[in-house]
Design a protein around this ligand. Structure first.
Ligand code: AMP
Length: 370
């Protein structure tokens, strides 16, 4: 089986690393000359919108998937005409790329979100702020990630500035969810409809970027996991989905509110490499090729720590018992995800001890919330 991947970042790199044992080979497509996946397989470094380049990329591939969410949907559709299968469905990609379409889909399936509306001019923004109250979050409908493309309006005097700063077009205003914490649910569904769910993950962000993920999330009520699975099932079925789907959720007073979804493997699922019976990467590939899915069962109490901006001393990290280091071969730059570390504890207490040890050897601290 030869799989084409749109994007050659760390997600593509880890997809390849988990597809190789199943006998798969890979080809990447990414306009960036040398992505982290580049040292594992051939890469077509061309524009995502070049039909000729996409057609030549498609030659001989059995399936195509994406590891980057802002791939043009038209390119995914074009590839669907050239290769036997593209997964997840381009319709899912399309819905996930536009915050308005995404939240409209959630609500149509009875999945709660923050109140939201499109704002095309400052007067509409003022009206929406009046309706939702402050604080409220103004976001670009498209291309936002890691907290980019958004402005928290705390005061009416910020309205003009927020509108200007985000470009004044294609914006969405969201009511502010005063959440207790952030969670995510990852699911995999294959083409035959078999579905597995990973345990809910608790995500701590710093400066809008995921810093720490704990799985299973601590202190879950018994109802929370089945409830999150039920919400994810609605999305999977509505989109006739195959592949891994991640839904980011806010927990507030024991209720779940959906924020956004990713139609690909997800940073909050990196823990599954060592912490679950089958990794999200392997299950994504199994799902798209309609193989039986592997168990998503957690093997212990896992913490995943993202390495952002700088790479620590490898020897220091490996001195912590049970630490698994994953470096992505990216040049250091502030705010850039350069790798991650995973430790699986036998119980929640051991998980915290190991995390503390990691922070100490790196000389860093973690704030509890961004
Ligand atoms: P997003 O780009 O939508 O994932 O947002 C990035 C981060 O901003 C989230 O992980 C939350 O911490 C915060 N955030 C986004 N939307 C809201 C909201 N409606 N209410 C409160 N916090 C939010």
């Amino acid at each position: 089986m030869k799989i084409g991947v749109l994007g050659a970042g760390q997600l593509g790199r880890m997809l390849a690393l988990h597809g190789f044992p199943l006998g798969m080979r890979f080809r990447f497509f990414d306009p960036t000359a040398k992505g982290p996946a580049n040292d594992l397989a051939e890469q077509h470094a061309e524009d995502y919108r070049s039909a000729g380049a996409l057609k030549s990329f498609a030659q001989g591939l059995d399936a195509v998937t994406y590891e980057f969410e802002n791939v043009p949907v038209e390119s995914a559709r074009l590839l669907a005409e050239c290769v036997p299968h593209v997964f997840p469905p381009p319709e899912a990609l399309e819905a996930s790329q536009d915050r308005f379409a995404e939240k409209t889909l959630f609500n149509s399936l009875g999945i709660p979100t923050a109140p939201f509306c499109c704002v095309e001019n400052v007067d509409a923004l003022r009206g929406a702020v009046e309706q939702f109250g402050l604080p409220a979050i103004l976001k670009t409908r498209r291309m936002g990630y890691d907290g980019k493309g958004q402005f928290v309006i705390r005061n009416e005097s910020h309205i003009d500035e927020a509108f200007r700063e985000l470009g004044g077009r294609n914006l969405i205003l969201e009511g502010f969810v005063d959440f207790d914490r952030e969670l995510s649910i990852l699911a995999a569904r294959n083409r035959s409809g078999q579905t597995v769910f990973y345990p809910l993950v608790e995500n701590v962000h710093e400066g809008g970027i995921l810093r720490v993920a704990r799985a299973p999330a601590p202190n879950l009520t018994p109802a929370m996991q089945p409830h999150a699975e039920e919400l994810a099932t609605r999305v999977l079925n509505a989109l006739n989905y195959d592949g891994v789907l991640a839904i980011e959720l806010f927990e507030k007073h024991g209720n779940l509110v959906a924020n956004e979804m990713a139609c690909r493997v997800h940073n909050s699922g990196h823990w599954t490499i060592e912490g679950a019976e089958t990794s999200q990467f392997e299950n994504h590939l199994r799902a798209g090729l309609d193989y039986p899915l592997g168990s998503a069962h957690a093997l212990g109490y896992t913490v995943m720590l993202n390495l952002i901006g700088t790479v620590p001393v490898v020897r220091d990290i490996l001195s912590v018992k049970g630490a698994h280091l994953h470096l992505y071969n990216k040049a250091p730059k502030p705010g850039r995800k350069l790798g991650h570390i995973t430790v699986v504890g036998e119980n929640p207490e051991e998980r915290e001890v190991r995390l503390q040890e990691l922070m100490e050897v790196m000389g860093q601290e973690i704030s509890n919330r961004s």
